[in-house]
Design a protein around this ligand. Structure first.
Ligand code: ZN
Length: 95
């Protein structure tokens, strides 16, 4: 990504683009003696999914639907990752 020299007017447009969630605003800009970088923060679907997964897991909720889990795995004593419903359909797929 190459840096672009911008004017205050350009900067306003860039910020305006951010408000509309436009990826067009992503870039590196030079304004006066400043370097302004606009990039995405934790943006990929996988990262978002992993965060959701971790949160739900930590709260003892089904990682698919977020339903509170009450059952524990009798072998390990830990809560199941999935609610009854999702555990059932996931198990069925395996067979
Ligand atoms: Zn579920």
């Amino acid at each position: 990504m190459s840096a672009k020299k911008v004017t205050l007017q350009d900067l306003k447009k860039i910020v305006g683009g951010l408000e509309k969630d436009s990826e067009q605003s992503i870039g590196i800009y030079f304004f006066k003696k400043y370097r302004i970088q606009i990039s995405k923060y934790k943006s990929s679907g996988t990262e978002r999914y992993m965060r959701l997964y971790k949160n739900r897991r930590a709260q003892g909720r089904c990682i698919r639907c977020g339903k509170k889990i009450i059952r524990r795995n009798p072998l390990t004593g830990t809560l199941y990752r999935l609610c009854d419903y999702h555990r059932q359909i996931t198990d069925r797929k395996k067979r």
